[in-house]
Design a protein around this ligand. Structure first.
Ligand code: UDP
Length: 561
């Protein structure tokens, strides 16, 4: 069993450990590992003990880290075993549907999940309401209502409910939607415009674009003007991002259940009612400075992790019967990784180099290959997912799971696992100031950096400069090779962030959660260029973070909030 770091233990105790009725922790990390392993093994018909040991091994050794709702819920006596982090719900153009869905959302939040919606079915603000002859309040008002409710329901006491709101680019209320966060507020929402190939073509050819509802054209404007509004808004407040609707659908393993939305952070396209559970391979734990990545351990871990996640779908207690049915019809799992940055550093490769991207792609490809093989074997043993005969895999490729690979942000589990790089992200900074209760502000170096420079004899004064700047770029006495490998997220060019996302997305069934960092002086056109490049690179969606934009900022050299 691995010993958690101090920060890891804190996350574990605050979010995952079992607690008695007075809120006192009554579970150790080792006991929690066993709780998860046992719950997953209980889905097996035979060899329960063997599976329990296998699952305990990969989780206890931190080779595989299940995501937050699994730790917080599964196997506990006092909670429903809800393992999903990602949900998508449908909302229709009736008052009943709007409030039914609101309630469903609250239940999902309570159980620890985040929800995505596509609001395009809702009639625009000002339209007539048939029964009352009053005026419809529209999409943005509905979003405000959902946002206020999300404030009320904390996710099972673990975290706040995150929401993805999507509106299609041809909806008549699209401009208000795009600008909905410009004056602040809607803090529980990420907004994304659902962009179609037709819109991108109209933009490219500088054609007019029609806003349509129920087949009636409400307005026409140049595509380029709408695009301008999108990128100016993203420039000022970080929202909206864009998701490429035709790509979501073309990657849909069960095409007749249309996909037009993702979960809050964008990594999981789902059709309405579906949910997905996540788990991450810890690439840091299976990499060393001497030998790089251990592929054997990687494959073994992936095989066991697929079985673990798949089993949880059987023992899960979902918040609604409709969610249980939709989730079990496709049995999607979201296996991904964290600690990519750590693995690249250990391999001596810069995040923004061709070699770094190549290794990231190779690793993701290996995970996908091993996961698909595991899902195929499970199908032979336990049967294909129920909608398999309606899927793109039918009839040649038996599969237990309609999709297997997702790269999540891994915001909490990375800290628990003790990696430096979150999900697919580069390290945040090589040095930062950490505020502690006991010792005040401490200068902290990336442990990987300290390990890496051991043989370089870098003088203490140089290290002091690095600590002060929170960066090792352009500092006398730091070899170029070292500076290249230890760039923080802000020191990597936007195009290199995008190229990394694309290198990984190529091997991912679902999608990749990634932040594209931009400097404060980046223009709206720079953001537009990122969005267009994302489209050209084949990404499913993209979001940017510009330093100093209203989305909130992180001070240089400071620990990520
Ligand atoms: N999520 C959420 N609220 C949060 C953080 C995450 O609803 O505050 C959901 C959301 O769907 C997100 C997914 O959980 O995309 C995975 O997030 P992450 O990988 O950061 O979760 P972790 O397992 O590390 O807590």
């Amino acid at each position: 069993m691995r010993q958690l770091t101090q920060a890891g233990q804190k996350v574990f105790e605050a979010r995952y450990a079992g607690k008695d009725e007075n809120g006192h922790i009554n579970e150790t990390f080792a006991e929690a590992v066993l709780r998860l392993a046992r719950a997953a093994a209980s889905a097996e018909k035979e060899n329960l003990k063997t599976w329990e040991e296998k699952f305990s091994h990969i989780i206890g050794e931190l080779l595989f880290v299940p995501s937050t709702p699994i730790w917080a819920n599964v196997g506990k006596k006092d909670r429903p075993w809800q393992p999903g982090a990602c949900f998508v719900l449908a909302v229709e153009d009736t008052l009943e549907s709007m409030y039914d869905t609101l309630k469903d959302m609250a239940l999902v939040f309570k159980s620890g999940g985040g929800v995505g919606f596509n609001f395009s079915a809702i009639r625009p603000r000002g339209d007539l309401v048939g029964t009352t002859k009053g005026q419809a309040s529209g999409v943005v008002e509905l979003i405000r209502l959902y946002d206020a409710s999300a404030d009320m329901v904390k996710q099972g006491g673990v975290r706040r409910g995150a929401i993805m709101g999507i509106l299609n680019v041809d909806h008549p209320e699209i401009i208000d939607f795009i600008q909905a966060k410009n004056d602040g507020g809607l803090t529980n929402f990420n907004l994304s415009v659902g962009v179609t190939d037709a819109f991108m073509e109209a933009l490219e050819k500088d054609l007019p674009w029609q806003l349509v509802f129920n087949g009636t054209v409400r307005r026409e404007l140049p595509a380029r003007r709408l695009w301008r509004i999108i990128i100016e808004s993203a420039h000022s407040c970080g929202d909206p991002g864009v998701i490429f609707l035709d790509r979501l659908q073309s990657g849909n393993p069960v095409p007749e259940n249309r996909i037009n939305a993702t979960n809050p952070c964008g990594e999981q396209p789902l059709s309405p009612g579906e949910s997905c559970l996540l788990g991450s391979i810890n690439l840091d734990r299976m990499s060393t400075f001497e030998g790089g990545l251990n592929k054997e351990i990687l494959e073994e871990t992936v095989t066991a992790a697929v079985r673990f996640l798949d089993n949880l779908i059987d023992v899960a207690d979902y918040p609604l019967p409709a969610i249980a049915a939709a989730t079990r019809a496709t049995r999607k799992i979201g296996l991904g990784f964290t600690g990519l940055a750590d693995a690249l550093i250990k391999a001596g490769l810069a995040y923004d180099s061709a070699g770094g991207r190549e290794l990231a792609g190779t690793i993701t490809g290996l995970i996908r290959q091993a996961a698909h093989a595991a899902s195929e074997k499970l199908a032979e043993e336990k049967g294909c997912f129920p909608l398999w005969d309606k899927s793109v895999f039918y009839p040649d490729r038996p599969r237990r799971n309609a999709a297997c690979i997702t790269i999540a942000p891994t915001g909490s589990v990375t800290t628990m696992a003790g990696c430096e790089g979150y999900g697919v992200e580069p390290i945040f900074a090589v040095a930062y100031t950490k505020t502690t209760n006991v010792a005040g502000d401490l200068e902290v170096f990336s442990p990987l950096f300290l390990e890496y420079i051991k043989d370089y004899n870098i003088p203490a004064e140089t290290l002091a400069v690095i600590a002060e700047k929170g960066s090792c770029q352009g500092i006398e006495g730091i070899p170029e090779e070292v500076a290249g490998i230890f760039k923080g997220a802000r020191e990597i060019a936007p195009i290199d962030h995008l190229l990394m996302q694309a290198a990984v997305q190529k091997h991912v069934d679902n999608a990749v959660s990634k932040t594209i960092n931009l400097p404060e002086d980046a223009s709206a056109e720079d953001i537009g260029a990122c969005y267009k490049t994302a489209y050209e690179l084949g990404l499913k969606g993209v979001t940017v973070f510009r330093e100093g934009s209203k989305k909130g900022t992180v001070t240089v050299g400071r620990e990520r909030a």
